[in-house]
Design a protein around this ligand. Structure first.
Ligand SMILES: [Fe+2]
Ligand SMILES: [Fe+2]
Length: 500
């Protein structure tokens, strides 16, 4: 008997909607978790997933992908790359595995929610495969982090991070709770699959994979590009929903979800991808700078997709385009300065040649961020590296949980960046973070940043007390990744700007 082609049976086979008779429709799909926008049955019937796959096809392809990832890992072990790579590459890997491994596990829950509460069978089908994808990602990232334990004990932060009160962990949990875990199925699809996965994971998983391949880390490069092939499939869950919402008079609600999801995601990746691409990766192995990756993956592609769906660019787009030249430089300076508060050694990434590169990619870098590094470099060369260590905690944004940083030459606008809600004052990195807070003040207002907790007396107010609170034992605390060699290099070889 001849087999039917997939297109001949797919729609029928995956159409598992029925009319409930024992319970009401709202009991089966409670609007709070399923669809608070209350789109009609007819609207939901229009959901057409752009990526169609059967279970048999899915399993065959995934099996091959997984076999490839582990085979390359075994083969790569013979090249002794990890034994021979420098400390800053290990830092990049520790940073990545800490930030990403359990985030993959969180997205299992998001996919599970969409698989159960999506009201269109096509959406549930895609999310079921998405859930299986995320199980693969969580397991393989944890496996690789664990496999690297012999090259550094804090690779265990791939598993440990989210269970601590380390500041990066608080930031990651707050973003993941907001974007992945604490929303209904429709909003999760927009914020996670459309905002987080469509553009930003491309940058971390393809941009960084290119740098990793260049640096000779074939195992890591292969792992994250294999993961991205799944991401680009299940990232398509959200777009058909946005199309339906625009068509059925919910354009304002759709736009708001995109604007919030995009901004929260952007802040998360600026810290992770921005710093690793522009400061951690060895200079000669960099394929492009963070701004160039952002232009390619976000500005061009995301812009086009949003407009094609009948939506507008987020209202803060002009500010965002300026911000990609600024914010991550502040995060890097802060992360290096606060190096004992992270689980990996932090490369400064500002040797004379690296500063020249930064100036060429971000004209004006020397006049802005370079001034901060000048003071640090001078202190290290004067034999006083202790002056570059933190003595207390910085002011942290009440929305994104990252330290508030500003371009050293820019103006600070405290009124535009703070507000009082129910008698408590909240501070924000920018007016956009403040706007997000204002959309759902009840959702965000009870949360306290690590600095708030210090001020409230919940943490012993000493450097030791803070680091212990963050879960960092003495041997886990980060140091300068190169023993200040980058600073000593300035004695012999000034930057182009200093030479002029
Ligand atoms: Fe994933
Ligand atoms: Fe994903």
């Amino acid at each position: 008997m001849a087999l039917l082609n997939r297109s001949q049976w797919y729609d029928l086979a995956r159409d598992t909607n029925w009319t409930p008779s024992f319970v009401s429709e709202d009991d089966l799909f409670p609007p709070d978790v399923a669809d608070p926008f209350k789109m009609s049955k007819e609207a939901w019937a229009e959901y057409d997933e752009p990526y169609k796959v059967s279970y048999r096809e899915y399993v065959r392809v995934q099996r091959d992908k997984d076999a490839g990832v582990y085979a390359v890992n075994t083969a790569a072990a013979r090249t002794r790359f990890m034994e021979e790579c420098n400390n800053r590459w290990k830092s990049l890997l520790k940073f990545h595995f800490g930030a990403v491994s359990l985030a993959e596990s969180c997205s299992q829950q998001s996919e599970g929610r969409m698989a159960r509460f999506g009201k269109a069978p096509g959406m549930r089908n895609m999310a079921t495969f998405g859930l299986l994808d995320e199980i693969r990602h969580g397991q393989s990232q944890l496996y690789f982090a664990h496999d690297n334990l012999k090259h550094g004990q804090t690779f265990n932060w791939g598993h440990k991070l989210l269970g601590t009160e380390e500041w990066g962990s608080v930031m990651a949990r707050s973003t993941l709770d907001d974007v992945f875990l604490g929303r209904d199925a429709v909003t999760t699809a927009i914020m996670l699959t459309f905002a987080f996965e469509t553009g930003f994971t491309n940058m971390q998983f393809i941009g960084l994979a290119a740098d990793a391949a260049e640096a000779g880390d074939t195992s890591f490069s292969n792992l994250i590009s294999s993961i991205q092939t799944d991401e680009s499939r299940h990232a398509q869950i959200g777009a058909p929903l946005l199309k339906m919402m625009v068509k059925h008079g919910l354009e304002k609600e759709a736009q708001k979800a995109v604007d919030i999801g995009f901004w929260r995601t952007y802040r998360f990746f600026t810290l992770l991808t921005g710093c690793t691409i522009d400061y951690f990766t060895p200079l000669e192995k960099r394929e492009a700078c963070f701004r160039e990756f952002m232009e390619e993956w976000i500005i061009h592609q995301f812009e086009r997709t949003v407009l094609d769906l009948g939506l507008k660019l987020p209202w803060y787009w002009d500010y965002f385009i300026e911000d990609i030249n600024m914010f991550h430089h502040g995060m890097q300076a802060g992360m290096w300065n606060f190096r004992p508060t992270v689980w990996f050694d932090v490369p400064a990434g500002v040797s004379p040649r690296e500063r020249d590169w930064l100036e060429s990619k971000y004209p004006g870098w020397n006049d802005n961020w370079g001034r901060v590094w000048d003071v640090i470099t001078k202190n290290i060369n004067a034999g006083k590296p202790e002056l570059s260590l933190p003595m207390t905690m910085p002011l942290i944004c009440n929305l994104n949980n990252l330290p508030i940083v500003k371009n050293p030459n820019g103006k600070w606008d405290p009124d535009g960046q703070s507000l009082v809600y129910k008698g408590r004052r909240y501070y924000f990195q920018s007016h956009v973070d403040k706007w997000v807070f204002e959309q759902y003040p009840e959702r965000y207002s009870a949360h306290t940043t690590v600095t708030d907790r210090l001020a409230m007396g919940q943490i012993e107010p000493t450097v030791e007390g803070i680091l212990t609170y963050m879960g960092l034992s003495e041997v886990e605390r980060g140091k300068d990744a190169e023993n200040y060699a980058w600073a000593y290099a300035h004695r012999a070889q000034p930057t182009k700007a200093a030479a002029e």
